[in-house]
Design a protein around this ligand. Sequence first.
Ligand code: CTP
Length: 397
Amino acid sequence: MSSTNKTVVVGVTGGIAAYKSAELVSRLYKAGISVQVIMTENATRFITPLTLRTLSGNPVLTDAFQEDNRWRVQHIGIAEEADLLVIAPATANIIAKIAHGLADDLLSTVVLATRAPLLLVPAMNTNMFTNPVVQENLATLRKRGFHVLEPDEGELACGVSGKGRMPEVDVIFRRVWELLAPRTDFAGKTLLITSGPTQEDIDPVRYITNRSTGRMGLALAHQAMARGGKVILVTGPTNLPLPEGASIVRVRSAREMFERAKEYYPHCDIVIGAAAVADYRPRTYSEQKVKKSDDDLVIELTRNPDILGELGRDKRNRILVGFAAETGDLIANGEAKMKKKNLDLLVANDVTLDGAGFGVDTNIVTIISRKGEITSLPKMSKDDLARIILDKIAELF
Ligand code: CTP
């Protein structure tokens, strides 16, 4: 058992998965972490405080007004001591309370009072999880910087099958560990990340674009910065909030993206082409709005520069990573693309699959390396995927 001087507050709320929190508490305790368990009243109906007290080696707190002379003001004392709060399982109710700032029991009060990072592990019936109000609350919390672990899909305790199962304790433990001991493997590295769609003007009011939202590029930027990297984000138009602390370069067209990427290229160690760059633009731009007539309108398109491909021609010792959207022959097409653009890694996704590609929070990809290593990943959030892509890049340092 290695001893850390970290304190983790484990919040347990009332769901069937509460029994798994016993294993989580035990794992944390064995890793030398000081564990303080707070249970909601409903949670005590699923698992006894005695179990968690025994596994954590600490009295379990359930009541905001319980006598406990370890702290002068209990909820403030706990909030200050915590290096991390993890709520597992997190019910729809606690998620709603946190999203709206309610503090009507010890756990929700501690959440409001702490400055420590918070990891939520939602687990519930799939209809509850996918209910728009729960999803909106989770989106609000993510926006505020809370960490949310996506539930697994599968057979649920209520008999139905779907998304809502609490992830394996090992997955939760690894995430806790990561949040407690932030990795710094990108310290000293500068990443140039292209992100989002491009817009190719036809006339002053019209343009050609694609469905990219920029979510993948932003997830990569966030994670790279969290791991100590410096990020230059060259982004096409996006409605998503841009990461604070990154150098943001806003562009519209592919040509603009190319010019700005070339400008920053000499200063970077890693390039990730997450942008969905329009391969073509209108051959001519009409200064005046194109007026309609009774005839069909033909817009002639011409090729845009291949940004990654061009950068790959003067690669030196940089690491270059690209994405590929495919509708078939994932690996063969991916390998050809990687060679053509002189890349080190290629993240290929089959955009015909449900939950992959543009406009969704998840992706299903196969990562191909220059050495021929092929890693097929299951459906996962773009945040989790960003983490894995960065792990693969770090292996190449
Ligand atoms: N890319 C780029 N400049 C372009 C087009 C693409 O930098 N003009 C980058 C993208 O950011 C992505 C990868 O190259 O990392 C995608 O390559 P691309 O050859 O466009 O593949 P697909 O989009 O999959 O399209 P296609 O199969 O039609 O070639």
